[in-house]
Design a protein around this ligand. Structure first.
Ligand SMILES: Nc1ncnc2c1ncn2[C@@H]1O[C@H](COP(=O)(O)OP(=O)(O)OP(=O)(O)O)[C@@H](O)[C@H]1O
Ligand SMILES: [Mg+2]
Length: 465
């Protein structure tokens, strides 16, 4: 006998469920509760055509000896795109669920169809389910960006989750793609596609497919204007990897980054160039973000971050101008605003720079957000350079974390950054003394001087000597 469907109220911001309507959710959002009907679990199971099919992961509730459990590491599926494999930790793990998010039009579908074609070529059936585009639209893009379209690459325009499960069961793909989760709905719920309950329920059903048949699944998800994943955070907890695809509209470089990865590091980034032929991988990333590597200009400093296993060089630009408003404006693009405020305070206090009546603008050129503290010194010297109205006579790279007392804290992998700076033809690297001491100078070409400095004051002197 089937139970009565239950009515609940679900917050569309945070996913909180309440038996009654609330004007304000516990997360603080007003008017975000939406009525949803939940069909009891036993009835849901009878509606699903697949759940009793395959063997569930983990031996159907039986404990196993851990050392006897097979390793999925050897079975990783290479996507044929090294940059994507790098971010995934070496390829797709069978049975894993990966969420890929990004702003509209950034190139999510392009990247995935390219990987899908390559996997289909080598591994067999790949099923690309789109709830957003027709098969013809997908074909148009695939014709443009894929080298070849193997017979084993299947596409389906479908939004019903139960149908997707049935088709997946019938064709047992080696790789399944859902583009996008916000367009898919399950019959088990009355709410609209994209609602918190639908996203969560469909996420759970996809996990069941993945774990039951050991198929890796890519789920495309949209982000809101503020960059948050649209839909509940719960789906982030459910999946194994959360990837974010980003880039600036005016630049062709696209960066793939893992925010969560159960099978690899989250510090690796994948770099692509979006061209008419699709995503072109950038293997030699270190100088990708540099446009002007020759001349030293006032207010411009080259700095570096260590991303995963590769150094990436960035240009910091700073500009100051006398403020016309009551209080000075601080504008940071690609840098954390609080970090900039701290660096400005140190510059004012320790170097005596008159910043109190100056508007300050700082920009990291190229669209890569520099969250690492190794860029602090570059930012500080760019501001110093613009205030002094002078540029260094040499090609310099500056790295180091700035402390509140003006001291410079060491940078990880400084040796690799210095080696790469020398390879790119920089004449001097200014870095914290501690980091400089650890570098094996005999390995650095004579053309590149390693200048270890203790604090910001010393760094400023070396910079404009
Ligand atoms: N013929 C073309 N040549 C070059 N670039 C193109 C061409 N057609 C589309 N594009 C680029 O592809 C981008 C769309 O890529 P794609 O559809 O993969 O993005 P998406 O992230 O999946 O977007 P959505 O969120 O809308 O699904 C467009 O922004 C456009 O810049
Ligand atoms: Mg798309």
């Amino acid at each position: 006998m089937s139970k009565k469907p239950q009515i609940i109220w679900v917050c569309q911001e945070c996913g909180y469920e309440s038996p009654k309507w609330l004007g304000r959710c516990i997360c603080g959002a007003f008017g975000s509760m939406v009525e949803e009907t939940v069909i009891p679990a036993d009835e849901q199971d009878s509606r699903r055509r697949v759940s009793s099919g395959g063997e569930t992961a983990g031996g159907a509730g039986r404990p196993q000896k851990l050392k006897k459990v097979g390793s999925a590491e050897y079975a990783r599926i290479k996507t044929g795109m090294r940059e994507l494999d790098r971010v995934l930790g070496g390829g797709l793990v069978p049975g894993s669920l990966t969420l890929i998010s990004g702003e509209p039009g950034i190139g999510k579908s392009t990247l995935i169809i390219q990987a899908a074609a390559k996997i289909a070529e080598k591994e067999g059936t790949v099923l690309y389910v789109s709830g957003e585009e027709s098969e013809e639209q997908i074909k148009m893009r695939a014709d443009r960006v894929c080298e070849s379209l193997p017979d084993s690459l299947l596409v389906m325009a479908e939004t019903n989750m139960e149908n997707i499960m049935a088709v997946s069961e019938a064709c047992r793909p080696k790789f399944l793609i859902i583009d996008s989760i916000q367009t898919i709905y399950s019959d088990a719920l009355d709410s609209a596609p994209g609602s918190v309950s639908q996203v969560r329920t469909c996420g759970n059903m996809l996990m069941k497919i993945g774990k039951s048949w050991n198929v890796p699944i890519f789920i495309v998800a949209h982000v809101t204007k503020s960059g948050e994943l649209a839909g509940p955070k719960t789906v982030e907890h459910l999946v194994d990897c959360v990837l974010h695809f980003s880039g600036e509209r005016d630049h062709e470089v696209r960066i793939l980054r893992a925010f969560k990865n159960r099978f690899g590091t989250t510090s690796e980034i994948g770099a692509f160039r979006m061209e008419e032929k699709g995503m072109i991988e950038i293997q030699d990333i270190s100088a990708t973000f540099l446009e002007n590597t020759e001349a030293s200009e006032e207010g411009s400093v080259i700095t570096a971050v260590y991303e995963g296993s590769r150094p990436v060089f960035l240009e910091v630009q700073a500009l100051t101008s006398r403020t016309s408003a009551g209080f000075p404006r601080r504008t940071a693009v690609g840098v954390d605003q609080k970090r900039l405020a701290m660096i400005l305070a140190v510059l004012e206090k320790k170097l005596g720079l008159p910043l109190g009546d100056q508007d300050v603008y700082v920009n990291i050129v190229g669209g890569l957000r520099a969250d690492r503290t190794s860029v602090d010194l570059g930012i500080a010297l760019a501001i110093y350079s613009t205030i002094r109205g002078a540029a260094p006579s040499k090609r310099i790279v500056a790295i180091g974390e700035v402390g509140l007392t003006g001291e410079l804290r060491s940078v990880q992998n400084a040796d690799r950054i210095v080696m790469e700076a020398a390879r790119l033809g920089y004449e001097e690297v200014i870095l914290p003394e501690r980091s400089a001491e650890r570098i094996d100078k005999s390995r650095i070409p004579k053309t590149c001087r390693v200048a270890g400095v203790r604090n910001l004051y010393a760094a400023a002197h070396v910079f404009l000597d």
